[in-house]
Design a protein around this ligand. Structure first.
Ligand code: 5RP
Length: 249
C-alpha cells in the first residue's frame, strides 16, 4: 500500500495564508543567509524554505567567493550551482562550519520532524557534520507536540517485512505518480521513502525504536542536541531560539 504525496502536515489555510507562510519562510531564510560569511564551509538543506536561502546566498555570490557548499539533494545542488555557488561533495569539505535547513515541525523542546522532501538521511548526515546547525521555518511549523507522519527511508530489500515490523508505516507515493500507478518515492540514494503513522509520544523513545528497526536506514526525527539555533519567521519578524547543540570546535 502506498500513501499519496508529501509527509508535511496539512494546514487549514487559505490562499492568503499560504502567501503569508511563504513570506515568513523567506524572512527566516534571509536571516540565516546573513550567518554565512566568505570562506565558510556550509551545508545546504532541501525544500521550499531552503529555496529562499539559496536565493539570498545567490545575491551575495561575489561577496561569498571563497565559501564552499555541500548540498543535501540534487535539486538543491542544481539550484545552488545555477546561482553561482560553489558546490562540493561533503567528503571533500570535511567538517562544515554551518548547515542550514528547513523542517516540517518543531516542538517546544526543539525536536524536529524532517523529510517532507525525502532527503532526511542526507540532511541528518550534513547537519551532524556541521559545527552549527540552523533551522529555518515559518512560525506555523512550531507545534505544541509532534504529530505523525514521521518520514522514513527504508532498504528496498524485504521492504514488506520491514513495514510489518514497523506496524504503522506505509510507503510514500511519488508526487508525479499518475493515477493508478504506485511508484514509491525514493531518496537520492535509492532508499524507499515511507511514513510512520503511529503515535509519536516521547520522540526520544520513538527515535530509538525506529533506529533499531531492521530495514530502517534513517528516520526524520532530529534530536534537540543536533540543533544550534531555530529561526522562525512570522508577522512579527524573525524569532531566534537556541537549540540544545553544544558548540563544537
Ligand atoms: C526535506 C525537508 C524539508 O526541510 C522540510 O520538508 C521542510 O520543507 P519546506 O521548507 O518546503 O516546508 O526535511 O527533506
Amino acid at each position: 500500500m502506498v500513501s499519496a504525496g508529501s509527509s508535511a502536515p496539512q494546514h487549514p489555510f487559505g490562499a492568503g495564508d499560504a502567501q503569508e507562510i511563504e513570506r515568513h519562510k523567506r524572512l527566516a531564510a534571509r536571516a540565516a543567509a546573513e550567518l554565512v560569511q566568505d570562506g565558510m564551509l556550509v551545508g545546504l538543506g532541501t525544500g521550499s524554505t531552503v529555496a529562499y536561502l539559496l536565493e539570498a546566498l545567490g545575491e551575495r555570490e561575489r561577496e561569498l567567493g571563497e565559501a564552499r557548499f555541500a548540498a543535501t539533494s540534487p535539486a538543491t545542488e542544481r539550484t545552488a550551482q545555477a546561482l553561482g555557488l560553489e558546490v562540493r561533495e561533503l567528503d571533500e569539505l570535511g567538517k562544515l562550519d554551518l548547515a542550514i535547513d528547513g523542517a516540517d515541525q518543531v516542538d517546544p523542546q526543539g525536536w524536529l520532524i524532517k523529510g517532507g522532501g525525502a532527503a532526511h538521511t542526507r540532511e541528518k548526515i550534513v547537519a551532524a557534520s556541521a559545527r552549527r546547525f540552523v533551522v529555518i521555518v515559518s512560525a506555523e511549523k512550531l507545534v505544541g507536540a509532534l504529530t505523525p507522519p514521521v518520514p522514513l527511508e527504508l532498504i528496498s530489500f524485504g521492504v514488506q517485512s520491514t513495514l510489518r515490523r514497523l506496524e504503522h508505516a506505509q510507503l510514500r507515493a511519488e508526487h508525479a505518480a499518475s493515477a493508478g500507478s504506485e511508484r514509491v518515492q525514493r531518496s537520492p540514494d535509492g532508499g524507499l521513502i515511507a511514513d510512520y503513522l503511529g503515535p509519536v509520544g516521547d520522540p526520544r523513545e520513538l527515535a530509538v525504536s525506529l533506529s533499531t528497526t531492521l530495514g530502517v536506514i534513517e528516520h526524520g526525527l532530529f534530536a534537540p542536541e543536533m540543533v544550534s539555533l531555530i529561526l522562525s519567521g512570522s508577522e512579527n519578524g524573525v524569532e531566534s531560539r537556541p537549540g540544545a547543540k553544544a558548540e563544537t570546535p
